[in-house]
Ligand binder design. Structure first.
Ligand code: 4AD
Ligand code: MG
Length: 477
């Protein structure tokens, strides 16, 4: 007999059909009703056992977490809360789960507790919903780019260049740690290391993606990136996934259009294709809100927030305008911000970004034209000589979700910038080559995938939207 899954059975009206189903017991009540989940949907299917015909030894082993196989007939449900159920004729215990030891009992667990049990937390409704949405979002990302003429570019994960300057890097080395070779200056001698030079895990695939955009036109990366910054926040991971499109002949306006269209498209995909999971998460957030003080509650439900993003234009604001707003806003004047904004040139912190998005504009914001000296070397210098064609997309509850720019395509301006920052030009010879041979205007951005999953699922901590989070002092599993 073909094995069915819960999702298709719940949508079936092929009653009296004989079915076989395998899954895990969520609950077993009254010695009669088993709720089985097999991951195909957030919903369980009710299986009704005839306890008089079932051996006592089997009934005892139907415990939360156990893997079982049932055979039976699909029938219209008599009870409330479900439309179909299985009248079980045969039941087999595939894998026991000792109720004394199994940590995931059918009750509310804290997210902290579940993080310590990250290998089992996926068996809860919340985490299965989040991870199904994560999977759908990942598919939607590839779908969007393929449908829009992009090629998927696999950036190297081990890199010999440290030029991005996006953060501290994780060193990759096979040198004997007990006996590290040093050169005459007392520095580590990498010539005998695996690659014959110092290498690190990549912080971004952008520089390599730029070289590919200069031939394939439109490319995107979607891969893991690594940052060894000691940021213990609800929005930072040491290992996260980033999506980086790079497009030849696009200027900054085109780049903003792409970012906005892309984000709207993937969120729409999830709203249309993950209805059960999103509605569960929407309800979860509403319940969670009820336990919070009124000022901390969300003004919109999750679904309303997602629709709001899809239906409204992102507000495009220059850095200079933003500084004016921030300088004169109440929390700045009353010194409520941790970092007070005094003058043009200040780097914006997450508190400022969130003020702009959540309090001032009340919609997603794209900030552009930042001061050159707070942004990376590769961003295109504006005619004013002090700002660059940078853009950050800022989202409610998340803050920065996208960082990108129009790239400096002029060889002389790029070389001057590299010299000013004391970056070794020799290290970047291949990058600089693209400005020597057929250089062209081009732009791109990076979107932090986990921040997107956070926004879409309404989860407040980034550690709860990636299966096994890597953060300072934590690499369990
Ligand atoms: O703004 P960032 O550092 O930009 C770059 O790396 C560019 N090279 C991208 C490009 O233009 N191709 O990072 C991009 C995004 C951020 O906006 C944020 O969403 C996410 O990556 N991000 C992180 N997500 C989780 N944990 C961290 N530690 C992150 N650092 C950045
Ligand atoms: Mg950034």
């Amino acid at each position: 007999m073909i094995r069915s899954n819960v999702a298709e059975l719940l949508n079936s009206n092929n009653f009296l059909q004989e079915v076989t189903l395998k899954g895990w017991v969520r609950t077993f009540r009254a010695n009669r009703f088993i709720a089985i989940n097999d991951g195909s949907t957030i919903n369980n299917i009710q299986c009704v056992v005839d306890f008089e015909k079932t051996e006592e030894s089997i009934l005892k082993r139907i415990t939360t977490g156990a893997a079982i196989s049932v055979k039976g007939t699909l029938t219209e449900s008599q009870g409330k809360g479900q439309t179909v159920e299985i009248q079980v004729s045969e039941i087999e215990i595939l894998g026991d789960s000792n109720p004394e030891e199994y940590p995931i009992q059918p009750k509310k667990h804290s997210f902290e507790f579940l993080r310590e049990n990250a290998h089992l937390r996926i068996r809860t409704n919340t985490f299965s919903a989040v991870m199904r949405v994560r999977s759908a979002l990942s598919f939607a990302v590839h779908k969007y780019f393929v449908e829009n003429g992009f090629y998927n570019f696999h950036a190297p994960i081990i890199t010999g260049s440290d030029a991005e300057g996006a953060g501290e890097m994780f060193n990759v080395s096979t040198l004997d740690k007990m006996n590290i070779p040093k050169n005459e200056d007392g520095e580590i001698d990498y010539t005998n290391d695996f690659f014959g030079k110092e290498t690190n895990l990549t912080v971004s695939g952008q520089l390599e993606a730029e070289t590919y955009a200069m031939a394939l036109g439109k490319v995107y990366t979607f891969g893991p990136t690594f940052r060894a910054e000691n940021s213990n926040t609800a929005r930072h991971l040491a290992e996260f996934w980033m999506i980086e499109p790079e497009v030849a002949f696009n200027n900054l306006d085109d780049n903003m259009d792409l970012a906005e269209d892309f984000i709207k498209s993937v969120i729409s995909y999830v709203l249309q294709n993950c209805k059960d999971d999103i509605s569960f998460l929407d309800n979860r957030l509403t319940q969670e809100d009820k336990s919070k003080p009124a000022i901390e509650r969300n003004e919109m439900s999750l679904i309303e927030k997602l629709n709001f993003v899809i239906d409204n234009n992102f507000k495009r604001v220059s850095y200079t305008e933003a500084i004016d707003i921030l300088r004169n806003c109440k929390p700045n004047k009353k010194k409520k911000f941790q970092y007070i904004i005094n003058e043009w040139g200040a780097d914006l912190q997450s508190e400022h970004e969130r003020y702009l998005v959540e309090k001032h504009f009340k919609c997603p914001v794209i900030l552009f034209d930042y001061p050159a000296n707070i942004k990376a070397f590769y961003m295109r210098l504006n005619d004013d000589g002090k700002t660059v064609r940078a853009m950050d997309v800022l989202f409610p509850s998340i803050g920065e979700i996208v960082g990108g720019s129009q790239r400096e395509e002029r060889l002389d301006v790029l070389q001057q910038k590299i010299a000013e920052l004391n970056i070794d030009e020799k290290e970047l010879w291949w990058y600089i080559d693209t400005r020597k041979f057929g250089t062209a205007v081009h732009s791109g951005f990076g979107l932090g995938f986990e921040r997107l999953v956070q926004f879409t699922t309404g989860m407040s901590n980034i550690r709860d939207v990636i299966p096994y989070p890597r953060t300072p002092q934590n690499a369990e599993f």
